[in-house]
Structures are given as C-alpha cells and as structure tokens.
Design a protein around this ligand. Structure first.
Ligand code: FAD
Length: 475
C-alpha cells in the first residue's frame, strides 16, 4: 500500500528501530513518516527526568537519530506538553495517522487517552502497540480477576501462559531515500514499500541542555556506558557469552561483572524485553549448561514486569505506602548534613559508602548494594523511603518509575510482598558474605580502615533496635 498521506510515529520509552511495532506498522502503511520525540516536562503528573537520566537521554536520542538516518528517516525533536505538541505536528504535516507504543504510568496514560480521542474525533487513525513489557498489566489477573500483589504467583502465572511474541524486525531499507541505507540495522525486504519521510522543523538536541556542563559530573558515566541500541545489543551479546553461565553464582557479588548491565537500555527502550527474552531462550537451547543461569535471569527480568503490573493497577505505588499502617511510621526528619553523608558515601559504613559512590560515579549501583544502602537509610537512619527514592531518581541512569518505587517499598517493608520491616540488612555481614575479599569496597572507598575514613554515623546495633521499636508502634 502506498499513499500520499503522512503517518507520525511518536517515540517515547522505545528509542529503537528494531522490535518497534509502531515504526514497523508505519512503514507497512507506505505513508511518508514523521519520527517524533517530545521532551515533556510540563504535562500534569509527568515526572521530570532526573539529571542522570537526562544525560542518558541525550546519548539515546543521538543514537536513535543515527539508526533512523540509516533508514532515510530524520528524527524530529520538540519540547512541551505532549498533547499540544503532537497536535501541532499533526497540523503542520496534515498527518492522517499517529502511531505509538503503549505506556503504563497513570499520567502518561491520561495524556495518551486524551490525545487518542481528540485525534480520532478529528478523523485521524490512531493506533497503539505493545512494546515495552512482555505481559501487559491487564492481561495477567488472579483467579478472582484482581491483580497480583505477590511476585511468585505472578511469575507462575506469566510463565504458565503463552510465551512472549517474537521481536519484529526493523523496517526494511530497500529504497530508503534521503539517507545512507547501509542495511546494518535491518533486513532488506524486496517487497517492502519504500520508506518516505516528511521533513518538519526540529529542535536542536543541544538546545535541550540535557548534558551537565558546570560542573560536568558525567565523566564516569561516559566511561561506563554507551547509550543506544548498539551498546545495548553489545552488552546482551557479551552477557550471553560470558555472564549468563555464572549468573547464579555471581549475580550477588558487586565486585564481579556478574549481571547484564541492561537496565538503562531497557529503561529507555533501546532494546526490548522481547529481544532479551528470546535471545536468552535461544542461548539456553544452544548451551544447555547455562539453563539455570537463564532461568534465574529471566526471573529477574520478570521483576521489571511485576513492577509495571503494580504501577498500572496501583498508580499510587510511586508516592504512597502500599501498606497504610506505614502512614503512621515515625520517620526521622532528615537533617541535611546527615542526608548528605548518605548521598555522598561518607556514612562510615564501608559497603553503604561504596554503593553510594558507585552510584554517583557510574549512574548505577549493584542490586545487592542498593538493598543494603536503602535499608541503611530507611532503617538505621529511619528516613522515609521517598527521600531515598528521590535521590535514586536523580542519580540512576536506569531510574524507572515502576522499579524504583517498588524496590524502595520492598526494602522499607511498606509494599506488598516486601521484605518485612524487621529484616534489617546488616551492612557488615553483607560485606563479609558478598564482598568477601573487600575488593568492591576497596574500589570505591580506598581509605576505609584508615584515619582518613569517618567514624560510623550511627551505631548499627543501636539504630537497628530503635528501628524495631519504631516499627512496634505501628504494628
Ligand atoms: P540483571 O541482574 O542483569 O537483571 C536483568 C534485568 O532485570 C535488569 O536490567 C532489570 O530490568 C530487571 N531487574 C532485575 N532486578 C530487578 C528488580 N529487583 N526490580 C525490577 N527489575 C529488576 N531497577 C531499575 O531498572 N530501575 C530502578 O530505578 C531501580 N531502582 C532500584 C531501587 C532499589 C532500592 C533497589 C533495591 C533496586 C532497584 N532496581 C531498579 C532493581 C535492580 O537493582 C536493577 O534492575 C539492577 O541492579 C540492574 O542491573 P542489571 O541490568 O545488571 O540487572
């Protein structure tokens, strides 16, 4: 089918050309395509990105623009409240169709629903697709028709149903116009209609100032990461080659490179969970020795699904205690100087400090240490989990509205299926168990054990007791 019309593909948390059903469907329509990304810091309820995520987004959009260029498609950048911006681009291009991949946050869904209905009222074709989660939240329900509040039954339910669909290829580049079609990112398809684009005014990415300048704190991030699909697929390949077989033994060891490092790539949709899922399944079929690593890894991947399941069914998870008794918890008002000690990794507790410094330097923290550093804040310092969540939101390159909130509530004990409040991680025991040789701590806190290192800001045993006493008042 080839028409004179224009189709807008609105990119959001799906910054890729492979396994992008909205882009794929646009290509199949044969219209001229406008690829649009909107930086929306203004729509009601949309949480502005944190600083580390903004840094990542710059790299991710640069990479996406490069991939689209290979298909002969420019990327149009606009800024403002998404509904108004998309409508403006529809007006400028006289588009007849708008396609996107679905989002699951409450505010995002409200924007999308309003836009869908107003565009349809105007006679446009609007279609949305499943791309960012393997199991859409409304398709996984308990026997009573409700949603899951506990992970294991959720996992059982999703793994007893049909497997996730296979990834769709990138649009073919058979007759890509206006760009250099190398074919590097796609499969040539002789039957595919030519990809045509419609050029519209675009912001200059640099004008969005997503990168920090004064000071430029992003050197460690640049060293560790390559935002974009190429970096994501390289990480997946290397993890399958040498990480998956060791995953069961090493996933909890922060000194090792024992996990995939895919979280920021998944967060921005540079690789899809479908691509990851099927690559792991294919690897498992080829290398049966890695089967237990594959199962353990897919289970972790499904924690991300569970987080989105809860975000959809219980949107208040991002800001409110899931267990209402925690509304009465006597949190300590954080003193700015104390909070800074935690944020900057100067608590005097080596594993906590190592984690907080890893976060500041690289934009991520190992999962095991995230649990320990979060537990220290919420329990030993008795600071409300939302304070820690906000710091992670600002500093993590994988900061994710669903996973961040769920995990903080899990550590705090205020969520469903949470670690009970009385389980207070002991950072010293955790260090002995998971950083046996002290190499993770030595990497980030080389002065630990010398006079230059601060005394612990609280006594671990005493503050644990105080936390349990505080908990007793709300039980
Ligand atoms: P791998 O072990 O390779 O796991 C593969 C993928 O599974 C990850 O990329 C991630 O998408 C998913 N995953 C793994 N563990 C979890 C989990 N516990 N919850 C949800 N998804 C998971 N993860 C985020 O993606 N964004 C966040 O904002 C975030 N905040 C967190 C806050 C706290 C307090 C804690 C304890 C954990 C948080 N996590 C968050 C979960 C987890 O720490 C990271 O997903 C993981 O460290 C990413 O490293 P990886 O990609 O190498 O993981």
């Amino acid at each position: 089918m080839s028409t004179d019309g224009t189709t807008i593909v609105w990119f959001r948390g799906d910054l890729r050309v492979r396994d992008n059903p909205a882009l794929h469907a646009a290509a199949a329509r044969g219209d001229a395509i406008v690829c649009l990304y909107v930086l929306d810091d203004e729509s009601a309820g949309i949480r502005p990105l944190g600083a580390a995520s903004r840094w990542w987004l710059h790299g991710s959009l640069t990479a996406l623009a490069g991939e689209l260029r290979e298909l002969g498609l420019p990327l149009t950048l606009r800024r403002g409240p998404a509904e108004a911006v998309v409508r403006a681009v529809v007006g400028e291009t006289e588009a007849t169709a708008v396609l996107w991949n679905r989002r699951y946050g409450e505010a995002e869904r409200a924007v999308d629903a309003a836009l869908k209905s107003s565009l349809r009222d105007d006679g446009l074709m609007v279609e949305s697709f499943q791309a960012s989660v393997l199991f859409e939240p409304w398709t996984v329900l308990t026997g009573q028709g409700g949603y899951y509040r506990v992970f294991t039954p959720f996992w059982r339910s999703v793994t007893s149903g049909p497997p996730p669909r296979h990834p769709v290829p990138a649009p073919a580049v058979s007759v890509a116009r206006g760009g250099v079609a190398t074919g590097a990112v796609t499969e040539a398809d002789a039957d595919a209609p030519p990809l045509r684009h419609r050029r519209v005014d675009s912001d200059d990415l640099d004008s969005w100032a997503l990168h920090p300048t004064r000071p430029d704190w992003a050197a460690g991030l640049r060293e560790r990461w390559e935002p974009g699909s190429a970096g994501a697929h390289e990480r997946l390949r290397s993890f399958l080659r040498s990480g998956l077989g060791r995953y069961v033994d090493e996933q909890d060891l922060p000194a090792e490179d024992g996990t995939s490092g895919l979280s920021p790539h998944l967060r921005f949709g540079e690789i899809s969970p479908f691509e990851v899922w099927h690559a792991v399944e294919q690897h498992r079929a080829r290398v049966p020795g890695d089967a237990s690593g594959a199962s353990a890894f897919l289970r972790q991947l499904v924690w991300r699904e569970f987080a989105y399941h809860l975000l959809f069914h219980l949107p208040s998870i991002t800001t409110e205690n899931m267990r209402p008794e925690f509304d009465r918890f006597p949190w300590e008002e954080p003193d700015a100087a104390e909070l800074e000690r935690w944020q900057q990794g100067r608590t005097g507790i080596p594993l906590v400090d190592a984690g907080m410094r890893e976060l500041w330097q690289t934009g991520v923290m190992h999962n095991r240490v995230r649990m320990v550093a979060a537990s220290f804040l919420v329990k030993n310092l008795r600071v409300d989990w939302r304070v820690g969540e906000a710091w992670f939101w600002d500093t993590l390159v994988d900061a994710d509205p669903a996973s961040n909130a769920l995990n903080w509530q899990w550590v705090a004990g205020s969520g469903p299926d949470a670690a009970p409040y009385f389980r207070v991680f002991n950072p010293e025991l955790q260090a002995r168990k998971f950083d046996e040789h002290g190499s993770y701590i030595a990497r980030y806190v080389p002065e630990a054990g010398t006079d230059a290192y601060p005394e612990p800001m609280v006594d671990l045993a005493e503050s644990r007791r105080a936390a349990l006493d505080a908990y007793a008042t709300i039980r």
